[in-house]
Write a protein that binds this ligand. Structure first.
Ligand code: HEM
Length: 131
């Protein structure tokens, strides 16, 4: 199966299993990087975390599709996040956290095929995020 189909299928599986995936994704992110939680104290209704996650999904799908959007978004957000005090390598951590939650949600349905597609996608996304 092409990588794009594997990525879309696995993201659908995440949405089916979790409904709103934001709680599991941020729980996993803050477990691995507890210092990040304090950055979101002003986000009392979770709105910022929700739109940040949506933007991240849009980037991942755009990279999987070979689109032109992700380099623009990631370039702009890298600058914005510098002013929020977010270390640059944290973008990689966020995308990896999304992959880990997809993998956990899929359980035994996660195969080497999905693993390969996500490894390639993360490598390409992180190359753009660091550019
Ligand atoms: C671990 C990695 C990240 C951390 C710790 C982080 C942190 C933050 C924080 C603290 C804010 C709120 C800033 C404020 O309003 O004062 C924010 C907003 C935002 N972030 Fe991130 N960010 C991360 C990764 C990303 C990534 C990868 C993207 C997109 C590809 C992204 C997109 C956004 C967007 C679009 C907003 C504005 C949301 C809104 O106000 O509606 N972030 N981020």
């Amino acid at each position: 199966m092409p990588d794009l189909d594997l990525i879309l299928q696995s993201l659908e599986a995440l949405a089916e299993r979790e409904g709103d995936p934001a709680p599991v994704i941020y729980a996993r992110l803050f477990a691995a990087h507890p210092e990040l939680e304090a950055l979101f104290v002003m986000d009392t209704d979770g709105g910022v975390r929700g739109s940040m996650l949506q933007q991240s999904f849009d980037c991942l799908i755009d990279v999987a599709e070979g689109g032109a959007l992700a380099p623009v978004i990631l370039g702009a957000e890298r600058v914005n996040h510098g002013t929020y005090g977010v270390p640059e390598n944290m973008f990689d951590a966020f995308f990896t956290t999304i992959r880990d939650c997809v993998k956990a949600a899929m359980g035994t349905e996660w195969t080497a095929e999905f693993d390969g597609a996500w490894s390639r996608l993360l490598a390409r996304t992180e190359a753009l995020a660091d550019a």
